[in-house]
Design a protein around this ligand. Structure first.
Ligand code: GDP
Ligand code: MG
Length: 243
């Protein structure tokens, strides 16, 4: 059995799914893929079923939704742990994350990293075709999060990752508060704080050419208030006398 599970969340990715699945299977043929579709109105879930029928390495989880990226990933992690996978990959289905980075990222995890982050904001990392607004949100959000949380991670919001499954065992889903994309910040920061080995691997993030982004102001707002609250909590803990 494969020991890597690629978790691929989809919401209205009908024009992207087949291509990204093919690229993943080519880049890491010995990894299984789990598509988590939140009842996409465009029929992505049906397409995923058809593709899974002809490929035993692909399976599909259907949920009602959209219920948010964070909860989709938590469901995927649960499945990976229950099915005994040693490594769990997170990536977008829209082609922004190039599967050709996976062998190197998985290699770093096999060499001992608990979390390998495909990073746009380390030397050698970059974004392509991203409008300046998105770059500014990403750069600003990362800077704000790093400062408030005292994190050394440069790309806390990246959704291209490899986790060692044991690192996820300690993550109690009922204690993960994020619904949207700040789920990424929450998990990376938690692992970093717990002493886990976190490595950033430079990637080129290429903006999607098909379909639409599900990013919206509410997602940014959630990240902003949650990171602010976590930062205040951290400052309180650090200034209060040890019990
Ligand atoms: N299952 C599921 N997938 C989602 C949800 N929201 C976004 N996605 C997927 O998450 C990935 C990243 O979303 P995208 O809209 O490209 O975000 P962006 O790259 O930040 O603009 C894509 O594969 C989306 O289809 C959701 O609520 N549920
Ligand atoms: Mg995208």
């Amino acid at each position: 059995m494969a020991d890597i599970l690629v978790v691929l969340p989809t919401f209205n990715e009908i024009d992207n799914l087949e291509s990204i699945l093919g690229r993943i299977r080519q880049a890491v043929p010995n990894a299984d893929v789990l598509v988590i579709d939140d009842s996409s109105p465009d029929g992505t879930g049906d397409l995923a079923e058809r593709l899974a029928e002809s490929d035993p390495g692909v399976s599909v989880m259907h949920r009602t939704g959209p219920a948010g990226l964070g909860s989709a990933y938590l469901a995927g992690f649960r499945r990976a742990i229950d099915d005994g996978y040693a490594y769990v990959v997170e990536m977008d289905a829209d082609g922004s994350h190039n599967p050709s980075s996976l062998p190197a990222m998985i290699g770093l995890a096999r060499a001992g990293a608990d979390l390998v982050i495909g990073s746009r904001w380390v030397r050698g990392g970059q974004t392509r075709n991203w409008p300046w607004v998105r770059r500014a949100i990403s750069r600003g959000g990362n800077l704000y999060s790093r400062l408030l949380l005292g994190s050394r991670i440069r790309d806390l919001t990246s959704g291209f990752r490899v986790y060692h499954a044991t690192a996820l065992l300690d993550v109690d889903p009922s204690t993960v508060s994020s619904q949207g994309y700040c789920f990424q910040v929450e998990l990376a920061w938690r692992l970093e704080r717990s002493g886990a080995v976190v490595i950033e691997y430079p990637i080129t993030f290429v903006e999607r050419t098909l379909g639409n982004s599900k990013m919206h102001a509410g997602i940014v707002a959630e990240a902003l208030w949650r990171v602010t609250l976590w930062g205040i909590g951290r400052a309180r803990r650090e200034t209060s006398p040890a019990a």
